[in-house]
Design a protein around this ligand. Structure first.
Ligand code: SR1
Ligand code: MG
Length: 401
């Protein structure tokens, strides 16, 4: 890492001009750092003559949202670049294009998706993008199937498990998703009006047992090369296109974790729609969100089942009954993981704007309470909810109570 240095806007501009074959020699470049994520620097470099642009993302040697007191390996940039390049090979239509990766600088140069919107912003603006759920379902089915033991030769697959060992970033998820919110921890950060519900969660051994089962699977089920952090801020969308970015949390883990993370993020937005004083617009949007959740699951399940039936290479897994059982287990665990996303984004360190942007503390508390109750219901009842319609009934019942 001898050549590593932290970039400023001029460094990004010079790098884009000199080290990337993209801009014309007479390009009139401007550079702007606009990263608002938890970990990295993100620069946009634009040629004011042609309008062409690139994104440069650099991993800092610490977590940006906390500062130098939380050191983090910059190797996460290598993991992110390698996950995205592999996912792009498998599913180019829904993965951001990586132009170049510079290992010394922990720097990824990628296509600029400014003609898209971050999905979380679209959700907060109540924009309906009817294809996003289907697209994400396809991305999940393809990337997870083609990196799993269903498809890969077992030696090849084990080599990939080693290539994508990501202990530091996995530890963040292990702590923030499954540990901190269920006990008192200095990293927790929640609305004081939630105190009694938080106490209830932190003294519920049945809930904690279910969460421990999910955490153990996260630690031990090296099933497929996950994106590892598919929240709605890691997805760019527009009317016709959906592209996944930001795979630095990638590793070999349980397939259900990626599926549940996406569903959990749509449910965070659902919880953030005004509750008791529900407007017609909010009600209509909630139906759109539920429909997107259906689309994600139906598309994922249909495509994953099709691939299992047609492309599974290991004869031991070419058994229809096994394939159905495996998919049902993914469903149950995904619902559990969606529940943990609802809880950790409400009690834990890293919040989401879908809830945090609600100005009134009381109204926010009402929405956050909805997220906590829904999270607990999903974690506790996942194995009794037979299909996605049963999950949706559970969500609607709780919202009406
Ligand atoms: C310290 S990192 C906090 C969160 O941001 C990332 O996007 C992950 O979701 C992580 O849990
Ligand atoms: Mg990220």
């Amino acid at each position: 890492m001898t050549d590593y240095r932290i970039f400023n806007e001029t460094d990004a501009l010079n790098y884009a001009r000199q080290e990337v074959e993209f801009f014309a020699a007479d390009a009139d470049l401007v550079s702007n750092e606009f990263g608002d994520g938890n970990l990295n620097l993100v620069f946009k470099v634009v040629d004011q003559k042609s309008g062409r642009s690139l994104i440069l993302k650099q991993a800092l040697p610490y977590a940006r949202c906390v500062g130098e007191s939380w050191p983090l390996s910059t190797d996460r940039a290598r993991i992110e670049a390698e996950v995205l390049m592999l996912h792009e090979k498998i599913c180019p239509q829904h993965t951001v294009h990586i132009v170049k990766f510079d290992r010394d600088l922990s720097l990824i140069v990628m296509e600029d998706l400014s003609d898209h919107l971050i999905w979380r912003s679209a959700l907060i603006q109540r924009k309906e993008l009817p294809l996003a759920g289907q697209h994400i379902g396809t991305y999940l089915a393809k990337t997870l199937f083609f990196t799993s033991d269903y498809y890969l030769d077992p030696q090849q697959k084990k080599a990939k498990v080693a290539q994508f060992i990501n202990p530091e970033l996995c530890l963040i998820t292990e702590d923030l998703f499954f540990t901190d919110p269920y006990r008192q921890h200095e990293r927790n950060n929640y609305n004081p009006l939630l105190e009694s519900e938080v106490q209830k969660i932190q003294s519920d051994p049945h809930l904690q047992a279910k969460v421990a089962l999910l955490k153990y699977k996260f630690l031990n089920q090296a099933q497929a090369l996950l994106h590892g952090d598919v929240h709605s801020g890691s997805v760019f969308v527009n009317e016709s296109s959906t592209k996944v970015i930001d795979a630095e949390f990638g590793f070999y883990g349980p397939i259900a974790f990626d599926v549940g993370s996406v569903i959990g993020n749509l449910l965070l937005n659902y919880a953030g729609q005004p509750g008791l004083s529900e407007t017609h617009v909010a009600q209509v949007y909630r139906q759109y969100l539920l429909d997107q959740i259906r689309q994600i699951w139906f598309t994922f399940a249909a495509e994953f089942a099709r691939l299992m039936a047609a492309e599974t290479t290991d004869v031991a897994f070419q058994v229809a009954e096994y394939q159905q059982l495996a998919l049902q287990q993914i469903f149950v665990d995904a619902i559990g993981y969606a529940g943990t996303e609802l809880i950790r984004r409400t009690i834990g360190l890293a919040h989401v704007a879908d809830l945090d942007n609600i100005e009134s503390t009381e109204q926010r508390a009402e929405c956050e309470l909805g997220a906590l109750k829904l999270g607990q219901a999903l974690i506790k009842n996942a194995s009794e909810l037979d299909d996605i319609e049963a999950v949706i009934q559970c969500i609607e019942k709780l919202a009406a109570s």
